[in-house]
Design a protein around this ligand. Structure first.
Ligand code: EPU
Length: 302
């Protein structure tokens, strides 16, 4: 979708927003899949309520993009514009055991920066691609930890109230790959409270997680991480593997040979192909195990 209304084009610079024309979402997502649309890059949080009022009152549909690492975007010209926060300088400010982090900050860099300052707890998240905002919204976790455990405050644009608010950690529920934020809420910043640990000890934890990930996940390939959630008490990767589906493909969309719950873009996969592969695997697992798999990856299909 193109922003054509001269009123909007004239107003956005004052809101700290930059318009980029005809951006390919394939280039902004780790799966490397997705059509084109206009991108609105937000340089200051304070401009967001005004920007959303402007878009909504002029009937311009929009979506918020984080790091694009857990996202499958539809093909072709997309029927909405995309908003994305620009990373500020600095991305992380430390105050004792608290880390104040901008939602646009890179998750891996944040974990490393905290570690270098003797703040641990997030070792399991090393190697999880994406932004801190995306990790927060999905309650990203790995190797027995989840980011929600460390959240003390979240600054967000709350769609229901149309304004920027700050929530305390205990006002938010963090469950397995799920949070109580509304779909249209936009994460802006988070305050984490992290346990003190010597850097050397954190580094050891980071190395172990990195090694486990390297040996079990297709890290060098284009993917969105795990496609499906694990059903309670079961492993989706193991179920798909047991059905012999590693390598199954629809065009260039392929079940990874390394981890069966990772579907990779082995070349020029389209969203249509990836969605067909997802539907096929979901069907086969339902027939064989009587389990309906729930998507873990977020799908933006027109
Ligand atoms: N397994 C297989 N074949 C496979 C993949 C896995 O038999 O192809 C078996 C493994 O041998 C293991 C079990 O299934 O016994 C579980 O596998 P793994 O340890 O890889 O963990 P997972 O449950 O598949 C979860 C998260 C990952 C996270 C890892 C490590 C979900 C959906 N996935 O995977 O998160 O990195 O644990 O903690 O919760 C993601 O969120 O995108 C993601 C990749």
């Amino acid at each position: 979708m193109r922003v054509e209304d001269p009123k909007i084009i004239a107003a956005i610079p004052d809101l700290g927003v930059k318009l980029e024309r005809g951006v390919s979402l394939a280039e902004l997502t780790s799966l490397g899949i997705g059509g084109t649309t206009d991108l609105l890059r937000i340089k200051k949080h304070e401009g967001i309520p005004g920007l959303l009022d402007l878009l909504d009152s002029n009937g311009v549909p929009h979506k918020f993009l984080g790091g694009g690492s857990n996202l499958l975007v539809g093909d072709g010209e997309l029927p909405w514009v995309v908003l994305q926060l620009v990373k500020p300088e600095p991305e992380v400010v430390l105050k004792g055991n608290f880390a104040e982090v901008d939602a646009a900050a890179d998750l891996g860099r944040t974990v490393t920066y905290c570690a270098k300052n003797d703040l641990g707890g997030m070792e399991g998240l090393i190697g999880v691609p994406g932004t801190v905002g995306g990790a927060l919204r999905m309650n990203a976790g790995a190797y027995g930890m989840q980011i929600g455990s460390y959240v003390r405050e979240v600054k967000l644009y709350r769609a229901a109230d149309r304004k920027i608010e700050t929530l305390k950690g205990d006002q938010i529920s963090f469950e397995y790959r799920h949070t109580s934020f509304a779909p249209d809420d936009m994460m802006l910043a988070v305050k984490l409270e992290l346990p003190s640990k010597p850097f050397k000890e954190i580094l050891q934890g980071i190395r172990i997680c990195n090694e486990k990930r390297r040996s079990s996940q297709p890290l060098g390939q284009k993917s969105a991480g795990c496609i499906f959630k694990n059903p309670p008490g079961a492993s989706t990767g193991r179920m798909i593997d047991e059905l012999g589906l590693k390598g199954l493909n629809v065009g260039d969309a392929r079940v990874s040979d390394r981890h069966a719950n990772f579907f990779v873009n082995a070349g020029k996969a389209s969203a249509r192909e990836m969605l067909a592969l997802i539907a096929d695997v979901r069907d086969r697992v339902a027939k064989a195990f009587g389990v309906t798999l729930e998507s873990e990856v977020v799908v933006w299909n027109a």
